[in-house]
Design a protein. Structure first.
Length: 322
């Protein structure tokens, strides 16, 4: 039997309490059909603050549209089922144009009250507006509880960075080993999983910030995603090598240093200087004497170029996000 999580219990309690609060407020204010305010509260609660605010605004606009449309329909066709059907037909089309389909049901329930009352005056319009205002307002206030989960985001960033460091560490070891039959890319599947989880949370955090549109987490993950693409190319270069050129020891030490100094706030300037120095030294060394040595040196040189690209991506990110 599936286990009910604490968050599910909390959300159910929050929605139920909000629904009850909206009904009580409507009743105290003497608003008719007060239970409708509770239902609108339930329909107004979304996953993020921004979604809740956007839906509340769309429902307000849709309500004004519905009042005008229903007034015309009831005026010419009377308070009949036919008049309500005509109103609904037009209103659904308008909501489609406004991309406000979520407003069709709650707003139409309000218009149904007018149909039941069989009269159209300012008092009943105010009554229905108060139901909408109280229901949507209560839903919005409940969603103010939602906050940016910075702690979890930090954990995801750490998981991504630790996995990348581990991959670089394995490269430093494997570049010195000729037999790479057991050197697989399973680590990249784990890294992709961490990246997806981190990105999903980063998007959710941004949507739960109505005022502060801080995109740092998304920009940081974009940078890491670009590095991951280069990292996989580095892995393929290591995988292609079936012997250990003399220069591989120098590169292995450089990769170990990159792994040891790898962290979020390192601008990698010194590491880039060392990488460029190693690349220059490799260019000045004597040409390989055999085809096999040439192929392995080519893979090694490609690995060095990719390593420089990997570091350059981080350096550009740090310069653009000071």
């Amino acid at each position: 039997m599936p286990k009910i999580s604490k968050s599910a219990v909390f959300n159910a309690a929050k929605i139920s309490a909000g629904c009850a609060a909206a009904i009580v407020i409507s009743t105290l204010l003497g608003v008719k059909y007060s239970a409708t305010a509770g239902l609108i509260t339930v329909l107004s609660i979304q996953n993020t603050k921004k979604e809740t605010a956007e839906i509340a605004l769309k429902r307000l606009i849709s309500f004004i549209t519905a009042i005008i449309t229903s007034f015309i329909s009831f005026r010419f066709l009377g308070y009949t089922t036919t008049a309500f059907a005509v109103y609904l037909f037009v209103f659904i089309l308008i909501c489609g144009l406004l991309r406000a389909q979520s407003a069709i049901v709650p707003v139409s329930v309000l218009i149904a009250h007018i149909l039941s009352e069989k009269h159209f005056d300012l008092q009943i319009v105010i009554n229905e507006f108060l139901l909408l205002f109280i229901g949507a307002g209560t839903g919005f206030l409940l969603n103010l509880y939602l906050h940016r989960d910075t702690k979890k985001m930090a954990e995801y960033r750490t998981a991504v960075d630790d996995e990348i460091k581990a991959i670089i560490g394995r490269m430093a070891d494997r570049v010195l080993v000729s037999d790479k039959s057991d050197y697989t890319g399973d680590c990249f599947r784990r890294l992709d999983g961490y990246m997806k989880s981190a990105r999903d949370l980063a998007v959710l955090n941004r949507q739960n910030s109505l005022i502060n549109n801080d995109n740092y987490d998304l920009l940081y993950l974009d940078m890491r995603q670009k590095q991951c693409t280069i990292l996989y190319e580095m892995y393929k270069s290591v995988k292609e090598m079936d012997s250990t050129p003399e220069q591989a020891h120098i590169l292995s030490e450089l990769l170990k240093k990159i792994k040891d100094e790898y962290h979020e706030y390192n601008n990698v300037s010194r590491l880039l200087e060392e990488t460029n120095k190693v690349i220059t030294e490799m260019k000045n060394q004597k040409m390989p004497e055999s085809r096999k040595e040439f192929e392995n040196r080519a893979s090694l040189y490609n690995l060095m170029i990719r390593t420089r690209e990997f570091l350059t991506i981080k350096k550009m990110f740090m310069e653009n996000n000071k």
